[in-house]
Design a protein around this ligand. Structure first.
Ligand code: ATP
Ligand code: MG
Length: 423
């Protein structure tokens, strides 16, 4: 019989790594609710057409990375490769714009892309993302960047750099596009295949190529910053002034593009030099024309997504590893003691403690060993003599100190135990 294994490009997340995930999830919830963002959960699969239109036919994602299938009713469905399209669809469908004002939404969950798996690149991966819908104000862009940076700092990351650019408006890009075509055409034989295809369809995306020779050629390509209208220029300067006020380090990167027509103005990535080839941990920008492109009103928007696998790789490098947090490990031996042990464990849990119950029936010294492997602060020991005397022993594993508590007195002892645990 062949052994069953996890599918290529997917993985299990086990302890101790899972503690990193739980920590980042809790931190995200806290930081985002402090900034008045509301969580949104959209389906994992949607109509293929949503992604084709919402991400763009000319992108790698739609062109070659989607998990698309027909269901039993012959509908073409796709596992979501990113979060923005689903949020935009939901925003339009649920008429969130009619509520007026600005909608600040966040999501967290699994995304699916058929890519070549490598460190920090999987076929099922996870993103945390935000979308701020209903404002063209440069403060919305700077606030979104500030929240991402706060979050990354709060989970222990330092030395991150924001790469910043403006891709202008669709009108700004008409002339720029031509300048790029003029620039790249003499090099056409040296460009990688994808970039050659893009030369006519979407020359901006050549700047995004990961091919080495193409990247060299891109070094001297014309800069979008010379093609911005006065309005786009002013918006970009305001975003930068705000980032300076916020003391967020950024560097201008005129080659950072989001190549689709509905991406506008601000584009950014947050990079870490600890990630090797997959250096971007966060990507985002403004997409003022997406909602109308998908059939909604003319609603400007800005957002970002953080790749959580890459974030966890970074957290494991820089932050101290959190272990499980067991307060008490319940050890019992003997028939009567064992039958008492579960109700004692429950009493402690109901009082708010974190308690693990040993079910092995092994010798006391073996159970003590498990208690220290579980990283418990103390063992609750119940043997036959404790049952007879209607008490439990608490042994603090660090100091070896031991105390007896009558079972009848437990509820009045809890407060002192809490203080002892937190000291
Ligand atoms: P890349 O250039 O690395 O392929 P991307 O431009 O496709 O990234 P986005 O679509 O902007 O990435 O997604 C935002 C973030 O999601 C990325 O910065 C990255 O951290 C993460 N991400 C994207 N694809 C994957 C993947 N296949 N596996 C793990 N994380 C990913
Ligand atoms: Mg990609």
């Amino acid at each position: 019989m062949s052994s069953l294994q996890v599918t290529r490009g997917t993985r299990d997340i086990l302890a101790p790594e899972i503690y990193c995930w739980q920590q980042l999830e809790a931190t995200a919830r806290q930081i985002l609710s402090q900034a008045a963002y509301t969580e949104i959960r959209t389906p994992i699969f949607e109509a293929t057409e949503l992604f084709a239109r919402g991400i763009g036919e000319a992108t790698d994602i739609v062109g070659k990375e989607m998990y698309t299938f027909s269901d039993r009713g012959d509908r073409s469905l796709t596992l979501r490769p990113e979060g923005t399209a689903g949020v935009a669809r939901s925003f339009i469908e649920n008429k969130l714009f009619a509520q007026g004002g600005v909608q600040r939404l966040w999501y967290m969950g699994a995304m699916f892309r058929y890519e070549r798996p490598q460190a920090g690149r999987q076929r099922q991966f996870h993103q945390l993302g935000v979308e701020v819908l209903g404002s063209a104000d440069p403060r919305a862009d700077a606030e979104a960047i500030a929240i991402a940076s706060d979050f990354l700092r709060s989970v222990g990351l330092k030395d991150l750099v924001v790469d910043l650019n403006s891709v202008g408006s669709a009108e700004d890009r008409v002339e720029y596009r031509q300048a790029l075509v003029d620039y790249f055409t003499p090099y056409v034989a040296e460009l990688d295949q994808d970039s050659r295809d893009r030369l006519t369809r979407n020359p901006l995306r050549i700047l995004d190529s990961k091919d080495k020779r193409t990247q060299e050629i891109c070094q001297d390509a014309p800069s979008i910053l010379n093609y911005l209208s006065a309005e786009s220029q002013q918006h970009f300067e305001q975003v930068q002034t705000l980032l300076i006020d916020l003391k967020i380090a950024y560097r201008l990167n005129p080659r950072l593009v989001r190549g689709l027509d509905y991406y506008t103005r601000t584009a950014f990535e947050i990079q870490s030099n600890l990630l090797g080839a997959q250096s971007a941990v966060c990507g985002g920008g403004r997409y003022d024309r997406l909602i109308s492109e998908l059939g909604g009103a003319d609603v400007p928007a800005v957002g970002w997504a953080i790749g959580l696998e890459r974030l966890v790789i970074l957290m494991q490098q820089v932050a101290e590893q959190k272990l499980s947090e067991i307060d008490f490990y319940v050890i019992s031996r003997g028939e009567q003691a064992e039958s008492k042990s579960l109700s004692i464990a429950q009493l402690f849990r109901q009082a708010g403690f974190c308690v693990e119950l040993d079910l092995s029936g092994a010798k006391f010294d073996k159970q003590f060993k498990r208690a220290s492997n579980a990283n418990a602060k103390a063992a609750i020991v119940i043997g036959d003599s404790e049952v007879q005397m209607q008490q439990i022993q608490i042994k603090w594993l660090q100091s070896g100190e031991q105390e007896a508590i009558a079972i009848d007195d437990l509820s009045s002892a809890f407060e002192a135990l809490k203080q002892k645990l937190s000291s």
